[in-house]
Design a protein. Sequence first.
Lengths: 113, 114
Amino acid sequence: QKEVEQDPGPLSVPEGAIVSLNCTYSNSAFQYFMWYRQYSRKGPELLMYTYSSGNKEDGRFTAQVDKSSKYISLFIRDSQPSDSATYLCAMKIGGGSNYKLTFGKGTLLTVNP
Amino acid sequence: ETGVTQTPRHLVMGMTNKKSLKCEQHLGHNAMYWYKQSAKKPLELMFVYNFKEQTENNSVPSRFSPECPNSSHLFLHLHTLQPEDSALYLCASSPHRDRPGEQFFGPGTRLTVL
């Protein structure tokens, strides 16, 4: 079983829809969870960074972590065509200088006007 | 120029060529990273530098040779590559190696090995 599983999609939704992007993981030692957005021909950019279980909201984006189920989600409300990108989840074990960062494969999202 | 820049943006090379990728960050960060991004695969960390010192080499073949002359510049020297090395090579920087969650990525170099 891979450490981090992410459905690569593609996912296509109409403008205004609520988008749900998900990752599952197998290693319960993961402590920090991140979501990155990567536009075509660009590098990833950090969207959300969470530590504990529960929800974290930032504008139209909500990151949700369920450590008991080893499942994280990113919700996008009122999706816009400008949200069309690949979304990568990432997880970190450990802190200080001794850590491991693992990425998912990314989900390609298209929001149609 | 702001953020993290990478040159060239695209590179096509033969298996016997020698080329170099360049990364420059204008953020005052002390840690720099090289990643490989292949289609349908997770992002793979290759090398990490912290205050110009290499702190991580994730079992990368010796045909990839990094160089970090100062905290603002990072190079990846390439020689005798294989077609399977074709990928997007991303550079990133963060304030410190201890803070990977604050990485800023460059736009990448799309490498094709013929």
